[in-house]
Design a protein around this ligand. Structure first.
Ligand SMILES: Nc1ncnc2c1ncn2[C@@H]1O[C@H](COP(=O)(O)OP(=O)(O)OP(=O)(O)O)[C@@H](O)[C@H]1O
Ligand SMILES: [Mg+2]
Length: 469
């Protein structure tokens, strides 16, 4: 079978197969080992009790033989079926039970050591073995001798054989049950995984609105599905923002390009017209504005993609504020005053922070009637930059909206038509402030005059070096 992905999945490489195989092997080995142990223990204990009974019997016969109370026939009591012989020093039978009467001695040679000896014999002339034989030395009235007691182990062997057969049948049966149960249980566990995989395989770059099924359990697989869905939600959001951005950006570039095209076509149609030089000047101005816009769009595109920012380091905000002040003054227009400046060092990108000041400065200059003022103060932990103008200000209900991309307030749209901005300056400001872990807000003027106050707070650098004032 092919897994929809890449590597062909073989029948033996699935989790279900591997878990079942491992579980079955463990169960089979455990059952086999315990079965063998049990059978061996049973055999040993049965033989031991057989030997104990035989020894007992031999000693009883021996005690009779010592006193001379034993006739030539030893009687078996009850259900006893052991073969008993009493032999003299030359291994000649002097007494025996009827079941071995007239037969050869059980042992061809008495044991060498004169003590109770237990051994196994495969067969005896009195019957088929195997047998356990107990030899007990005895002092007969005629001299030394031995009592031999032989007991057949056929019953022991059959009991042991029965148990082994029981295991032989039971083990495969148990194994079949284990294989079935494990196969089923693992199947149940991995079924939701398969459902997740199948759904995930059809979720493509175009349609991220689908979600993987979350199983109705509170296990690891359910939390995996929840995490995957959260990831899909983030991906969908990012893709949506990306699409919106591309759409907005194309829209913003289309109108100035169309205007350019018309002007160039007019100039081309009338090359000799002295107005063509004027058109060329216009075209140049618009190209400059468009390339600034493209620059802004690229900056925003990087932030949409979450790309890493450029180089960072310690930045003296006071230096940046002073250069922005000079830049604005050189541009002319409304007066630009410095309302105070303190030494403030922050950590971040000097280029981006200069861009932040430039965007706020441009806006203030565009909207001021006669005066723009800039101030840099510090608190214990942060630097505060305020850029104030005496224009119409921004209504409280618009104060969040203006930080969105491509937002221009109504009266500003008419300015745009006259060559104003695209409405990205403040979204760039917000992005840069966020990158520097700061905040930006729009306030009312403290002197209740008309106008807007943009207040940026940035955390001071922790290792700002020796402070200057
Ligand atoms: N100081 C201000 N006073 C009044 N309105 C402002 C001020 N600054 C910004 N705005 C309003 O917020 C809108 C968004 O500002 P933003 O800087 O994002 O765009 P823009 O200045 O129009 O164009 P861009 O900065 O992209 O060239 C502006 O169009 C304007 O309507
Ligand atoms: Mg602007």
């Amino acid at each position: 079978m092919l897994s929809d992905g890449h590597k062909p999945r073989r029948w033996y490489s699935g989790i279900r197969f591997r878990v079942t195989l491992t579980a079955s092997l463990v169960v089979a080995l455990t059952l086999l080992a315990s079965g063998i142990t049990l059978v061996m223990l049973l055999q040993q204990s049965l033989i031991a009790s057989l030997d104990a009974v035989a020894t007992d019997r031999a000693q009883t016969v021996a005690s009779l033989a010592v006193t001379g109370d034993l006739g030539p026939t030893v009687t078996n009591t009850g259900s006893e079926s052991s073969l008993v012989q009493v032999v003299d020093a030359s291994n000649d039978v002097v007494a025996a039970t009827s079941n071995i009467d007239g037969q050869e001695p059980i042992l061809a040679q008495p044991p060498s050591a004169s003590e109770t000896t237990v051994l196994s014999l495969d067969r005896l002339s009195a019957g088929d073995g195997p047998f356990r034989v107990v030899a007990v030395p005895v002092q007969l009235p005629t001299g030394s001798g031995w009592v031999y007691v032989a007991t057949s182990t056929i019953q022991v062997d059959s009991a042991v054989g029965n148990l082994a057969a029981l295991f032989g049948i039971g083990l495969p049966l148990v194994l079949v049950i284990v294989v079935g149960a494990v196969w089923r249980a693992v199947g149940q566990v991995i079924r939701p995984v398969d459902a997740i995989r199948r759904r995930a395989s059809v979720i493509g770059g175009e349609d991220l609105s689908q979600r993987v099924p979350v199983p109705d359990s509170s296990d690891e697989i359910a939390s995996l599905a929840v995490t995957m869905n959260e990831m899909l939600e983030r991906l969908e959001g990012a893709a949506l923002r990306q699409r919106q951005f591309v759409g907005d950006a194309s829209h913003e570039l289309r109108s100035p390009l169309a205007a350019l095209q018309v002007q160039v076509e007019v100039a081309l149609a009338h090359p000799e017209d002295p107005g063509s030089a004027l058109i060329l000047g216009n075209v140049h101005g618009q190209v400059v504005r468009m390339s600034a816009l493209i620059d802004d769009l690229l900056f925003l595109a990087r932030s949409v993609e979450g790309a890493p920012r450029g180089s960072t380091g310690l930045v003296d905000l006071d230096d940046l504020v002073l250069s922005e002040l000079h830049r604005l003054r050189e541009l002319g227009g409304p007066a630009v005053e410095l309302d105070g400046v303190r030494a403030a060092r922050v950590e971040g990108s000097e280029r981006d922070l200069a861009r932040l000041l430039r965007n706020l400065g441009d806006n203030a200059r565009d909207h001021a009637r006669s005066l723009v003022s800039i101030r840099l103060t510090t608190t214990e932990k942060s630097a505060e930059i305020s850029v104030t103008d005496d224009g119409d200000g921004i209504r409280p209900e618009d104060r969040d909206r203006v930080f969105e991309r491509f937002t221009r307030l109504d009266d500003a749209r008419s300015r745009t038509d006259l060559g104003g901005g695209a409405g990205v300056g403040l979204s760039i400001v917000r992005q840069i402030v966020q990158d520097h872990h700061g905040t930006v807000s729009i306030e009312d003027r403290s002197d209740s005059q008309a106008g807007a106050v943009f207040l940026v707070r940035l955390p001071l650098a922790l290792n700002g070096g020796p402070s200057r004032s």
